[in-house]
Design a protein. Structure first.
Length: 325
């Protein structure tokens, strides 16, 4: 079986290490594992591939893939591959959901605490050698995660991990997912999307962890952001397209809310984006999901799934191409 490994990016962290491709070749000696490091190489080599282990397959590459039967993504998000030709095809799509859920949840807690406890102010004053105790006091009592109401939008693998950690800190966690249901571990109540506008004004912290689909584009727009209470913290570790960034920048300029953002509509975030300098914004460059051992874990999951694929067994993490996750 011919397997194309096409995991490349302008950002080094998103490029599969050479030793992981070598590991696959040793682990799967019966198969022809070959690699593409650019879009052009992927287009040239995908024609006779039956399997693609890749973070993205572009429409023109898919059109050239005459023998393709299955795509496995090393990430959880696959929104960039859900174009109509692929969705309508018989090609199977799986992802690496769950691998980075724990680290992402830790990142959410870290940036939430940083904003609740106003650590950016401490860093700014530290640079100037200023003892800012009075300034802290003038801003009012520092909130805690214990007792806070945390709204988790999207209760998949990442949202579930966030909920469990937040609950362990003593937060009151409410979840929003596609269908309402019974409380989940760490979650006191689970509502459907129709309750989003009711829950936003009640939340001290809002964590966006929903998948990118046609239904979730700008899920939090100007209307939704205006519903947030004064002092609320917004955290996005899903996809940038779930937020209206222009509306968020305007809301941050008003000084009512704070936001920790790890993902953006266009990456890298443009140098002239107002989000860089918006008061109350904490920007991280799409790093929440990375941890030591990420690539060995992702590669091992693909190898496990390949054995299932060969045996005709159910695959891990199948993606519902119509639903988008």
């Amino acid at each position: 079986m011919k397997i194309l490994v096409a995991i490349y990016s302008p950002f080094e962290a998103w490029c599969i290490p050479d030793d992981q491709v070598a590991w696959l070749r040793r682990e799967l000696p019966a198969h022809d594992v070959f690699q593409a490091r650019t879009d052009e190489e992927a287009l040239a080599r995908i024609g006779d591939a039956e399997v693609v282990f890749g973070a993205r397959v572009r429409p023109e590459q898919f059109a050239a893939a005459a023998r393709l039967r299955w795509i496995h993504s090393p990430a959880a998000g696959v929104g960039n591959m859900l174009f109509s030709a692929l969705v309508d095809s018989a090609v199977l799509l799986t992802n690496s959901r769950g691998i980075a859920s724990g680290p992402i949840a830790e990142h959410v807690i870290a940036v939430t605490l940083a904003l609740l406890r106003d650590l950016p102010l401490a860093w700014d004053r530290q640079r100037d050698g200023v003892w800012a105790q009075n300034e802290y006091h003038a801003r009012g009592a520092l909130p805690t995660l214990r007792g806070a109401r945390v709204l988790v939008v999207g209760l998949g693998s990442i949202g579930g991990a966030v909920a469990r950690l937040a609950a362990a800190f003593g937060a009151h966690v409410v979840g929003i997912r596609r269908t309402a249901g019974a409380p989940a571990p760490g979650v006191d109540a689970v509502h459907g999307p129709d309750r989003l506008h009711d829950e936003l004004p009640l939340a001290d912290v809002v964590v966006v962890a929903a998948p990118q689909t046609a239904a979730t584009a700008h899920l939090l727009g100007a209307r939704e952001l205006a519903l947030l209470k004064d002092g609320a913290v917004l955290v996005n570790v899903s996809r940038g397209k779930l937020l209206d960034e222009a509306a968020l920048a305007r809301e941050l300029e008003r000084g009512r809310i704070r936001a920790a953002l790890d993902v953006f509509e266009h990456e890298p975030l443009a140098a002239d984006s107002p989000l860089w300098r918006a008061p109350g914004a904490l920007i991280t460059p799409h790093v929440s999901g990375f941890f030591e051992g990420y690539w060995p874990a992702a590669t091992a999951m693909f190898a496990d799934n390949l054995r299932r694929f060969e045996a005709g067994a159910p695959l891990l993490n199948p993606v519902d191409k119509m639903a988008g996750y």
